[in-house]
Design a protein around this ligand. Structure first.
Ligand SMILES: NC(=O)C1=CN([C@@H]2O[C@H](COP(=O)(O)OP(=O)(O)OC[C@H]3O[C@@H](n4cnc5c(N)ncnc54)[C@H](OP(=O)(O)O)[C@@H]3O)[C@@H](O)[C@H]2O)C=CC1
Ligand SMILES: O=C(CO)COP(=O)(O)O
Length: 352
C-alpha cells in the first residue's frame, strides 16, 4: 500500500534499517515523521505490522517502503545508512528519483573503489587517490544531489538504542546541511557538532576501524591497557597521515569523529571491528569469522583498500600494513606485534 504524505511537512527518509539505520530512524522519529527504506518485502511488512526489524524495535510512527521513488517523493532529507559494500547499488537505485533539492546525509564508515570496467583490486593492486571514493564522493558522482553530508562519531548503535548520552558530527560543505542535521537529531541525550571538512570526517570514521581491529587483537591476546594506549596513540598518528594523504584535515582526526570514535571503538566489545580482531587473536580464521558474523565489519575491506593506496601514496602506515598481512597473508598477530615493537618510530607527535 502506498504511503500518503498527509502533512504539509515533509517526512525524513532513512535508507537501510540495519543496526545503525534503526537507531538513527528511532532518534529522528522523536521529533519527525520518518519513512524507512528496506529492500526486502518481508522486512517492510514486519516493520509496518510489528514495528520491529531483526529483533530491534522501531517507533510505531515509522513507516517502511520498498520503493525508492516513494521515499524521494515524501522526503527532502535522506539519511543513507547502508554498508559500503551495498552503497553504490542503493545510490544507483535512488539516483533516478533524486533532485538537486534533496539533502543526503550518510553514516557509512567505509570506502568504495572507482575502477575501470573489468578491473578489480586484485588486478590493479595499487590505488591512486582517484581510484577510491568516500561515500559522499559516490553520492556526488552518481546523483544530481549537491547538498551532501556525513554523520560520524562514537555512535555504537546498542548504546544509542539504550538512550545513553552520546554525540556525533555532521560534516558538509553546506552549512544548511549541518544545521538541518542538528535540528533533526539534537536532543537532551544527543549532541550534534558541525564540521565543514566532510572528507576528513568521513575518513576519520573509516580509518579508526583499522585500529579497532588491532585493538581487539591486543585484547584477545590479553595484553593489557598499556599496549592499548600505545596502539591508540600510534593509531591516531597513522590516521592523521593517511587522512592528510587522502584529502582530510588534521583537525578532523583530532575531533569527535576521529579520536572520539577511535577511543570508543577500540574499547567496545559491541564493536564489530574490535570483535574481528579479538576473535582472530583467539585463533579463528578470517573466513570463520566472516561466515558467522551477520553484520558488517567495514575495517576488513578498508584495510585492503588503504593498503593498496599505500603503494602509491609515499607514506608508511605500519599498523595498516601489518594488519593487512595478518588478515590476507600468513603473518601471525604475534609476528606483527613483534615487527611493530621494533619499528623505528622516533618522534611522538610529528604532525603539528
Ligand atoms: N552499527 C553501528 O554501531 C554503527 C554503524 N555505522 C556504519 O553504518 C553502516 C551500516 O552499518 P549497520 O547498520 O550497523 O549495518 P548492518 O549490517 O546492521 O545493516 C546493514 C543494512 O543495510 C542494508 N543493505 C545492505 N546492502 C544493501 C543493498 N545492496 N541494498 C539495500 N539494502 C542494503 C541491509 O539490508 P538487508 O537486511 O536486506 O541485508 C541492512 O538493513 C556501516 O558502514 C557502519 O560502519 C556507523 C556508526 C555506528
Ligand atoms: O563505528 C561504530 C561506532 O562509532 C561502530 O563500530 P563497528 O562497525 O566496529 O561496530
Amino acid at each position: 500500500m502506498a504511503l500518503k504524505n498527509s502533512s504539509k511537512t515533509k517526512k525524513i527518509g532513512v535508507v537501510g534499517v540495519g543496526s545503525f539505520g534503526t537507531a538513527i530512524a528511532n532518534m529522528l522519529a522523536e521529533k519527525n515523521e520518518v519513512v524507512v527504506f528496506a529492500r526486502k518485502e518481508e522486512v517492510v511488512a514486519e516493520i509496518n505490522r510489528a514495528h520491529t526489524v531483526a529483533g530491534r524495535e522501531l517507533k510505531a510512527t515509522i513507516r517502511a517502503t520498498i520503493d525508492p521513488s516513494e521515499v524521494c517523493r515524501l522526503c527532502d532529507i535522506l539519511f543513507f545508512m547502508i554498508p559500503s559494500s551495498g552503497f553504490l547499488e542503493v545510490v544507483r537505485n535512488f539516483a533516478p528519483h533524486l533532485y538537486p533539492y534533496h539533502m543526503i546525509i550518510h553514516g557509512t564508515k567505509g570506502l568504495a573503489l572507482n575502477l575501470g570496467m573489468g578491473e578489480t583490486l586484485e588486478t590493479v593492486q595499487k590505488l591512486k587517490r582517484n581510484q577510491l571514493l568516500t561515500m559522499s564522493e559516490v553520492i556526488l558522482q552518481e546523483t544530481v544531489a549537491v547538498r551532501v553530508g556525513c554523520l560520524a562519531g562514537p555512535n555504537i548503535s546498542k548504546e544509542l538504542i539504550l538512550g545513553h548520552p552520546a554525540a556525533t558530527v555532521i560534516a558538509s560543505k553546506y552549512n544548511e546541511v549541518i544545521l538541518e542535521g542538528q535540528r533533526l537529531l539534537r536532543s537532551e541525550r544527543f549532541q550534534v557538532y558541525g564540521n565543514s571538512d566532510i572528507i576528513g570526517v568521513e575518513l576519520s570514521g573509516v580509518l579508526k576501524n583499522i585500529i579497532a581491529i588491532a585493538s581487539g587483537a591486543l585484547a584477545g591476546l590479553g595484553l593489557g591497557e598499556n599496549a592499548k594506549g600505545l596502539l591508540i596513540s600510534r593509531g591516531m598518528v597513522e590516521m592523521v597521515h593517511l587522512s592528510k594523504a587522502l584529502g582530510g584535515s588534521v583537525q578532523s582526526v583530532m575531533g569527535l569523529a576521529g579520536v572520539g570514535d577511535l577511543v570508543t571503538t577500540c574499547n567496545s566489545v559491541d564493536s564489530r571491528n574490535f570483535t574481528v580482531g579479538f576473535r582472530l587473536a583467539r585463533g579463528e580464521s578470517l573466513q570463520q569469522i566472516l561466515d558467522t558474523m551477520d553484520e558488517v565489519a567495514e575495517g576488513i575491506n578498508t584495510v585492503r583498500i588503504v593498503d593498496a593506496f599505500l603503494k602509491t601514496a609515499g607514506i608508511r602506515a605500519p599498523i595498516t600494513e601489518n594488519l593487512h598481512r595478518v588478515l590476507f597473508e600468513d603473518l601471525s598477530i604475534a609476528e606483527a606485534l613483534q615487527f611493530l615493537m621494533k619499528y623505528p618510530f622516533s618522534v611522538d607527535v610529528d604532525f603539528v
